[in-house]
Design a protein around this ligand. Structure first.
Ligand SMILES: [Zn+2]
Ligand SMILES: [Zn+2]
Length: 326
């Protein structure tokens, strides 16, 4: 608007009306947004309260079932829960590994291997070592619990708040990654590799059950301790520990499964580690980036496929091999 026209508009009160109209609209938009935010806030809080009540009632049942004895819940409850979860989830994958069925599931296998379906004798060998490791972890749960008592931890019967549990889990992810990455690198020192870690690397194309197939020292050093450190440092509630151990169990089984199913986290990073030995030591990748231990991985086809897939088409078909590499 030119200066003369603007002066006339002010004189006639148009501009004032125009401005006030815009301000009115903006005001309405802000009010509606505030109402919307307040509405969704109430909805989220309602959902959290409802699911929180549900979780609390389930936790109360666990307490009653184990005789309301905190020692029993912390040691035997945690041991039984983590072992059962491992075997229940692993058995789904193992069924596919042994039978090679259903066919549509096998299409999602990352590496093509000639010895697939896996011979039952190999699965028995894996299962036996996993059971030994789980049995040997009982003293760890006992000592770990008593150290938690000495350190002091959240012993309330009521569950922790959502915010607290969420941030504690984030912290545990970070601590686990640091602990796992560096302990894993130590296990690749020639002496430790030859005497300890070599067992875990018998599987170049791993299957889910192989997740805890390792030397007992490795099981303590690289699996149990890094997972335990986060809850120990924070003095977490047993319920938070159980959620955390569930996350760890699911992720390690998926990472070793050799399957990249749609809607599941991508397992290519650790699968590539089993294939190449000297790449991708971590689970998340930021320490590999920092130490340059993912250079080969980043050049590989596995890296392109290492993404969340929401398609029923296998990732190796979505990202086919470069013919130059064949
Ligand atoms: Zn592994
Ligand atoms: Zn390794």
């Amino acid at each position: 608007m030119c200066l003369r026209k603007r002066k006339n508009a002010i004189k006639n009160g148009y501009e004032w009306r125009w401005h006030s109209k815009v301000e009115e609209n903006q005001h309405d938009v802000c009010n509606n947004l505030k109402k919307g935010v307040r509405g969704s806030e109430k909805y989220i809080l309602y959902l959290w309260k409802t699911s929180g009540d549900f979780l609390q009632s389930q936790w109360d049942k666990v307490f009653e079932l184990l005789g309301s004895d905190v020692d029993t819940i912390a040691i035997w409850g945690t041991f039984t829960y983590t072992c059962l979860l491992y075997w229940i989830v692993a058995s789904f994958y193992t069924f596919i590994d042994v039978t090679g069925k259903p066919k549509f599931a096998v299409k999602h296998r990352i590496q093509e291997i000639s010895s697939y379906p896996v011979p039952f004798s190999s699965v028995l060998k894996l299962g036996r070592q996993v059971l030994i490791n789980q049995f040997l972890s009982i003293p760890f749960y006992m000592v770990g619990y008593h150290l938690m008592v000495l350190r002091g931890y959240d012993t309330k019967k009521s569950l922790p708040s959502f915010q607290r549990a969420f941030f504690e889990l984030l912290f545990c992810v970070l601590v686990e990654e640091i602990g796992f990455y560096y302990s894993h690198r130590v296990l690749h020192f020639p002496f430790f590799y030859k005497h300890i870690h070599k067992i875990h690397h018998e599987w170049k194309s791993p299957i889910a059950l192989a997740a805890a197939y390792c030397h007992p020292i490795e099981h303590y050093f690289s699996n149990l301790i890094p997972a335990y450190l986060g809850p120990f440092l924070l003095g977490s509630h047993i319920f938070t520990c159980w959620i955390w151990y569930s996350i760890i169990t699911f992720s390690t089984l998926i990472n070793h499964s050799g399957f990249h199913f749609p809607f599941f986290p991508p397992p290519e990073r650790h699968d590539f580690h089993h294939l190449k030995f000297n790449q991708s030591f971590g689970a998340l990748g930021f320490l590999d980036y920092l130490h340059g231990t993912d250079v080969e991985f980043k050049k590989s086809e596995s890296y392109r496929r290492n993404c969340w897939s929401f398609s029923l088409v296998p990732v190796k078909d979505l990202y086919p091999s470069d013919p130059k590499n064949n």
